[in-house]
Write a protein that binds this ligand. Sequence first.
Ligand code: NAI
Length: 277
Amino acid sequence: MSHNLLAGKVGIISGALNSQSIAWKVAQKAHAEGARIVLTNAPLAMRMGEIKALAAEIDAPIIPADATSMEELGTLFTEAQAHFGGKIDFVLHSIGMSANIRKGKSYGDLDYKFFQQTLDVSALSFHKMMAVAEKQDALNEWASIVGLSYIAAQRAFLDYTDMSQAKAVLESIARSYGQRLGSLKKVRVNTISQSPTKTTAGTGISGFNAFYEYADKMAPLGNAPAEACADYCVSLFSDLTRFVTMQNLMHDGGFSSVGISEAIVDAITKASAESAQ
Ligand code: NAI
């Protein structure tokens, strides 16, 4: 059900690869709430073609940009403002990639070129987007910028390897740039720390199903689905959250505040009883 929360607002949404992508759902929900949108993704993702279906569905142009390139991001923000006929009200950074994870490297055997690429694609790109927006003075007052993070920024999840460091940097950039853009332009910057979610990036992590099931059993509300994450993004883009900034906001069904749950106690008790037989 729409509440017209984003009526009259315009924004850039990155990272919609296919219908599982969190960004895909954010674009659909933001459109349903009355926003006009520009979609962007890496040129390589564009060749896979699925994003065109989303673009047609929500009547949004696609402006390709590799988020590690200041030049391509510059073109993105210039063309987006030309399309909207004005400045931008919200930006979603929904970008993550680790070649170390893709190639199954363990934490003790990371390739450092890949590590730097992970940081560049998954974290510094957040800084670059805001730096380009600032230089072009592309944001309206009270604009909202959101990045997507994961709890491995705070706690060790070894299979998440170098993405853990990327998320820690991402969250730190949200604080520092949030301070700067807040005082410069009353713009807010936050990250949402999302539950494990079955997407292309998510399921690429070894042991993902165990991450997913464990978090689901720990969280009193269960894992937060991508659709609910999209709702949370919409609330952060809306005027209802104008004084929320520089925060890492847990969107995890309560996972991060639980020590142990009954479901985990039951599972371990059952497994111990079976192994004793
Ligand atoms: P996804 O695979 O659908 O989205 C990742 C996107 O990053 C893709 O659209 C990809 O094309 C884009 N991308 C990669 N390199 C790029 C580059 N150089 N320039 C521009 N775009 C680039 O997966 P998902 O899960 O929707 O990921 C979105 C965000 O959510 C990521 O930051 C991810 O780390 C985060 N997240 C995901 C969780 C999960 O379990 N799936 C949990 C918590 C956070």
